[in-house]
Design a protein around this ligand. Structure first.
Ligand code: NAP
Ligand code: MN
Length: 269
């Protein structure tokens, strides 16, 4: 088995990585950053997002394992003190995996069409003036949007940006995309639905922004560079992300732990 490690650069993370490498050295597991079977991330959810974007081209062939060195994350369910247990599980069991949907974003601009994959969400925003765009669902006109922008999130992304925008938290086993509005203008002239929508697995969303050159298109933690975007299509990707299922934290327990539970800083999980 070949393992790659992706980490952030916090002091605590670096000491965990050092210990993890020492433990792996005593096994048959090889470290291979280029062609891994398993990608272990050490850090937070943001670290796992970065790792996903490093390995998106081989995402179907690999599984992720997330170790968190801060708070319990949504993509990271191993604690830093469980390294022995993790390495033991890697050596003794072929991990089953659990797969979650990804978002495919196709951006069409002056130069043609380009496809991207997102794990959390993709947004289009405009900063000082408003974004004006027609939104279609499955090739049918839905609404004319005017406001800061819109966000389309995956089920696992529903606890991130989408939640801050008033979106519902979706169980990650649902194959669905959720569209939320970012500060829409609603008056007698401009009218949007004003509530989040969740589309079916075989549907897609198309956004036709009015021709301007100052849109910001984001994909998870990244900002995409495109000039004169004429349309954006959002659909559930054919590829999925796989997580090695050694441990499995009940999804709603994670939600409870992240957003509701009153815990002190020395949280135990
Ligand atoms: P960041 O600005 O450092 O992180 C934003 C926060 O979102 C961090 O606490 C991160 O957790 C958390 N997070 C990431 N994915 C999550 C998920 N699926 N469920 C729940 N929380 C999640 O940037 P980053 O760490 O690279 O993360 C990028 C993400 O930030 C974007 O994909 C977007 O979802 C989110 N974001 C949110 C807002 C907002 O809510 N207003 C605005 C912009 C971006 P960790 O601390 O564990 O990394
Ligand atoms: Mn982060």
């Amino acid at each position: 088995m070949k393992v790659a490690i992706v980490n952030n650069h916090k002091e605590k993370t670096l000491s965990v990585v050092k210990k993890l490498k020492l433990l792996l050295k005593e096994t048959d597991i090889q470290l291979n950053q280029l062609q891994p079977d398993i990608v272990i991330t050490v850090g937070g959810d943001g670290t796992l997002l970065n790792a996903f974007h490093q390995y998106y081209q081989i995402v179907d062939r690999i599984s992720f394992v997330g170790i968190h060195t801060g708070h319990l994350g949504f993509y990271t369910d191993w604690r830093d003190y469980q390294l022995e247990e993790l390495v033991d599980a890697l050596v003794h069991s072929t991990p089953e995996s659990v797969s979650y949907p990804l978002l495919e974003l196709d951006v069409t601009d002056d130069e043609g069409k380009k496809s991207y994959l997102a794990l959390n969400e993709a947004t289009i925003k405009r900063m000082s003036q408003t974004l004006k765009a027609d939104i279609h669902i499955k090739n049918e006109f839905f609404e004319s949007f005017r406001g800061d922008g819109v966000c389309v999130a995956t089920p696992t992304g529903s606890t991130a940006y989408s939640k801050s925008l008033g979106g519902a938290v979706l169980h990650p086993r649902l194959k669905a995309l959720q569209l939320t509005e970012i500060a829409s203008i609603n008056n007698r002239i401009y009218r949007t639905l004003s509530s989040p929508i969740v589309i079916a697995p075989d549907e897609w969303i198309t956004i036709y922004p009015e021709s301007q050159d100052d849109y910001v298109v984001t994909l998870d933690s990244h900002e995409l560079r495109h000039r004169r975007v004429s349309r954006l299509d959002y659909r559930i990707a054919k590829s999925q992300i796989n997580f090695a299922k050694f441990r499995h934290t009940h999804f709603w327990s994670r939600v409870e732990d992240a957003f509701i539970a009153q815990k002190n800083n020395n949280e135990q999980f």
